[in-house]
Design a protein around this ligand. Structure first.
Ligand SMILES: [Ca+2]
Ligand SMILES: [Ca+2]
Length: 264
């Protein structure tokens, strides 16, 4: 079950980054395979395993201090256990094994030990039916990978620091109460630490029930004129909301203030 989960996770990861990773195709490492001294492989009714893919969890390039998880996918027609060995070739052209033969098809490349440069990661597999030569193997794939200082990691970077705006003051030009017919101009003073545009919304509410009677849209205007003509003598609540678009979602606000106002 754990392996199935790992495979599902792997497939999901590879699917997500498939568009950015060049496919790594099987490549025979001829310089490693013993050419003239190795024993003949046992072939009668025993099929060698084959490598289907080798993939990093993060697409190339990455920064030199990024650990890269390599995952090999292999199959053996006989269902034999498969052994894996991971190797690395650097700019010198020298290929060095970085693991011994192991049952685990994953390997973490701790890149902080390596500098900026172009590398080739290889994986060798064998099914244990040809253990005569320590370097012998049944299949291999190599995959180029670059470490660069300047490239960002694929991990989402935290957004730049941003602070929500605040309402500093909220006042009418005519104090409460007023007779119906007065045009009351409401003013709001806001402050955004990042100098973002602050959008404002005004609402007129029934002070006793909280019912919204009138509302403006969102906009940068810091004043709103309430023509009280035709409004019943009553206690009202004027509400102002402010947002910079970087914090509260959808129609929500970052800061709010309200005042009661009476019409006689
Ligand atoms: Ca086999
Ligand atoms: Ca802000």
């Amino acid at each position: 079950m754990e392996n199935q989960f790992k495979l599902a996770l792997f497939v999901a990861i590879i699917g997500a980054i498939a568009t950015t990773i060049a496919p790594c195709i099987p490549t025979l490492l001829q310089e490693i395979r013993p050419s003239d001294e190795g024993p003949a492989m046992v072939t009668d009714s025993i099929e060698p395993p084959s490598l289907k893919a080798i993939n990093p969890n993060l697409p190339s390039p990455q920064k030199p201090d990024t650990p890269i998880l390599w995952h090999a996918v292999a199959e053996d027609p006989d269902g034999d256990p498969i052994s894996y060995k991971f190797l690395l070739r650097g700019s010198s052209g020298e290929t060095n094994p970085l693991t011994g033969w192991k049952d685990d098809n994953e390997w973490i490349w701790n890149t902080e030990e390596y500098g900026v440069g172009r590398y080739v990661i290889s994986v060798l597999i064998r099914d244990g039916n040809d253990e005569e030569g320590a370097l012998d193997f049944d299949d291999s794939i190599e995959c180029p990978y670059t470490l660069e200082e300047s490239r960002p990691e694929i991990h989402a970077q935290p957004p730049p620091s941003n602070s929500p705006p605040t309402i500093l003051d909220f006042w009418p030009d005519e104090g409460s109460p007023q007779v119906a017919g007065t045009v009351v101009r409401w003013n709001v003073q806001t402050e955004d630490p990042d100098s973002d545009q602050v959008d404002i919304k005004f609402k007129l509410k029934d002070a006793s029930t909280g019912e919204v009677l009138l509302a403006t849209g969102w906009g940068p205007q810091s004043t709103w004129s309430w023509d009280t003509s035709g409004w019943e003598p009553a206690d009202y609540m004027i509400e102002v909301q402010a947002r910079d678009g970087n914090h509260a979602s959808a129609d929500d606000y970052d800061d709010i203030s309200d005042q009661e106002y009476s019409i006689l």
